[in-house]
Design a protein around this ligand. Structure first.
Ligand SMILES: [Zn+2]
Length: 137
């Protein structure tokens, strides 16, 4: 693993805040529309003054699906779903579940930044969600 380079799956989607990593989107300075992933212009008003919007690391599970189909990067079965991160932001992400854990619509989900897959000498880092444990902030 020495010499592996960590590369963010998409620039600007994760930002470090203190000792934690949170999800970031963008916010239109003209109309206030928020986007994830971050965009360079607003599809609502075509404004181009976009500011970084700190989305945070917690959301609510809106819908999910468990896949048993082989995928290029994930070993089945694996889950993926939409997580609601506030009024305007809904994020589609892989979901990590531990044995014995069940996903339920409406449950609180927590962001983890982790290596998704390896690509030659690179480790591709992206966002995954897992059910938030009680007492974990
Ligand atoms: Zn706008």
């Amino acid at each position: 693993m020495m010499g592996m380079q960590k590369v963010l799956i998409r620039e600007g989607i994760l930002i470090e805040k203190g000792d934690e990593v949170i999800l970031a989107g963008s916010c239109c300075q003209k109309c206030g529309h928020m986007f994830f992933p971050p965009r360079s212009f607003c599809v609502d008003c075509f404004g181009s003054e976009m500011e970084v919007h700190e989305i945070g690391k917690r959301g609510v599970l809106y819908s999910f699906t468990t896949s048993y189909m082989p995928s290029a990067h994930f070993t089945p079965p694996y889950a993926a779903g939409w997580i609601e991160m506030g009024e305007q932001i809904r994020v589609f992400a892989p979901i990590s579940i531990e044995e014995g854990q069940n996903l339920k619509i409406g449950m609180t989900m927590q962001l983890i930044a982790d290596v998704l897959w390896e690509d030659g000498e690179k480790q591709i880092v992206g966002y995954i969600f897992k059910p938030a444990l009680e007492g974990e902030v």
